[in-house]
Every structure is written in structure tokens, then in C-alpha cells.
Design a binder for this molecule. Structure first.
Ligand code: ADP
Ligand code: MG
Length: 259
């Protein structure tokens, strides 16, 4: 079971779009996949077609050990993957976790019981470096960082990289950066291509080969509660996320060959 956190403390950079579409694309490739929504906004939950307003249980109950993951997860109505959903309740977890033992290890502990259930677990992190994100980073083997190729993209990346280093040093020796995913890419925009080239220069093979273009169909899909890759499979954005899933599967298989 490979557990990846999709993180970037900036909002609106494509974390949720990446989490939902990668989950659906992995599932479409036969991978047993769980998507964990760690954002109180519940956008990933809604984007999969799960109504955040009528949840029996959610990731909040799991983090506070009020319920088990087995009871809180739901099958995505739109794709062949499971969702551990979130809603506004989760905003309270931040405060409620503070006084508890092993507060940053709650998600890791919950996932440990499901080693055999999934090939991939994707964690959609909130736009902050909070206790929730920390739970995501402590549970994960690696981080996928979606970023827009714009002037300020690199600013802020160092905060995230430092946090990942600290978590690696103190809490989770398994954690590494899997890669940077360029999203909302516009090849006609000179700045976009320049920043993209800079990323490749600085981060080398930590930059995923797949480029996700800016594509309106990806932005439309959430309002139908369907991942973009299923909403309009032929669209350029959907094709990119399908290619990204194959890139991730190849990446993971290459670790098996060279441990
Ligand atoms: P985050 O989770 O980091 O806050 P989102 O995934 O919610 O970011 O994306 C922010 C907004 O940008 C959403 O409205 C989403 O539909 C849109 N968006 C994300 N990726 C793309 C893309 N490749 N093309 C067009 N719109 C996108
Ligand atoms: Mg989001």
C-alpha cells in the first residue's frame, strides 16, 4: 500500500483536482484506491459525488477515534474507489486533537489496519501547514506537490520543503518528496514555460513528466460530482491525469525493482 499526501500550503493550486482525478485514474487502471479528504471544505468529497452534508461519519470521527475507517469510508458513486469523506466537523479537530496523545499519528494509525485493502491511498491536504496536514504527512510515504508555473510558485515552496524535512527528521522517516506536478499549465504563456523550465533545472527528476494543462472541463466536473477523468475522458485535462496515473504506477513499480 502506497500512501501519498497531496500537499501545498497555498490554496487554489490544484491539490483537490489532482487528488480526485488521480484517484479516479488509478482506479480506472485497476488500482485499489482510497481517497482521504483532510480538508474541512470537503471539496474532494463533493467532487467524487459524495454529499458532505449528509455523512453518517467522516474522517473527523476517525481522527478522534469515535469511529473506525471501515465504518466511515464510502464507495465513490462516480468511480471505482473509496472515499474517507470530510465536512465542516473537521475544522474542530484541529483544536480537539491538541491535547490528545500521538495527535499527529491518528490518520497513520487508522490506515495501518487497512494495509491489505488498497494499492494506493491519496490524502488531499488542506491549504495550511496545520495539525491536519501534519496527520497527512505523518501517515504518508511521500508527498506530491501540485504547483502552478507562475512567478510566486517557488516562494512558499521552501516553507513546505522545510516542513517535510522536519517531519522526516522527527516524526516520519519514510517521508520523501515524490515529485512536483505542474498544473494549470498554459504553453502559450511565456512565464509558464520559463518557470516550468526553472523547476526542471532545480528539481530534476523530482518534476513529474506529466504536465496538466489548464482545461475548463476539469473545472466544470466538480459541479456534477464526477472526477474530470470520467466526466470528459477525451478532454486534454483528463488525458493528462490518466497519463499521470500511469506515471505514478510506473514510479511505484520501479521501486519494487530497485528497493
Ligand atoms: P486546491 O485544492 O489546491 O485549493 P483546487 O484543486 O480546488 O485547488 O483548484 C482550484 C480551482 O482551480 C478550482 O476551481 C479547480 O476547478 C480549478 N482547477 C484546478 N486544476 C485546473 C486545471 N488543470 N484547469 C482548469 N482549472 C483547474
Ligand atoms: Mg483543496
Amino acid at each position: 500500500m502506497h500512501i501519498f499526501a497531496i500537499a501545498n500550503q497555498k490554496g487554489g493550486v490544484g491539490k483537490t483536482t489532482t487528488a480526485v482525478n488521480l484517484a479516479a485514474a488509478l482506479a480506472a487502471n485497476g488500482q485499489r484506491t482510497l481517497l482521504v479528504d483532510l480538508d474541512p471544505q470537503g471539496n474532494a468529497t463533493m467532487g467524487c459525488g459524495v454529499d458532505k452534508r449528509s455523512l453518517q461519519s467522516s474522517v473527523y470521527q476517525v481522527l478522534l477515534e469515535l469511529d473506525t475507517l471501515a465504518d466511515a469510508r464510502v464507495p465513490s458513486p462516480s468511480g471505482k474507489f473509496d472515499v474517507l469523506p470530510a465536512n465542516r466537523d473537521l475544522a474542530g479537530a484541529e483544536v480537539e486533537l491538541v491535547d490528545l496523545d500521538l495527535r499527529e499519528m491518528r490518520l497513520k494509525a487508522a490506515l495501518a489496519a487497512h494495509q491489505e485493502d488498497y494499492d494506493f491511498v491519496l490524502i488531499d491536504c488542506p491549504p495550511s501547514l496545520s495539525m491536519l496536514t501534519l496527520n497527512g504527512l505523518c501517515a504518508a510515504h511521500g508527498v506530491i506537490i501540485p504547483m502552478q508555473c507562475e512567478y510566486y510558485a517557488l516562494e512558499g515552496l521552501s516553507d513546505l520543503v522545510n516542513t517535510i524535512k522536519k517531519v522526516h527528521a522527527n516524526l516520519n522517516r519514510d517521508l520523501k518528496i515524490i515529485g512536483l506536478l505542474r498544473v494549470m499549465y498554459d504553453p502559450r504563456n511565456t512565464l509558464s514555460t520559463q518557470v516550468s523550465a526553472q523547476l526542471e533545472q532545480h528539481f530534476g527528476d523530482k518534476v513529474f513528466k506529466t504536465l496538466v494543462p489548464r482545461n475548463i472541463r476539469l473545472a466544470e466536473a466538480p459541479s456534477y460530482g464526477v472526477p474530470g477523468v470520467l466526466f470528459d475522458k477525451a478532454a486534454k485535462g483528463a488525458q493528462a491525469y490518466l497519463a499521470f496515473a500511469v506515471e505514478m504506477i510506473d514510479r511505484v513499480n520501479s521501486w519494487k525493482d530497485n528497493p
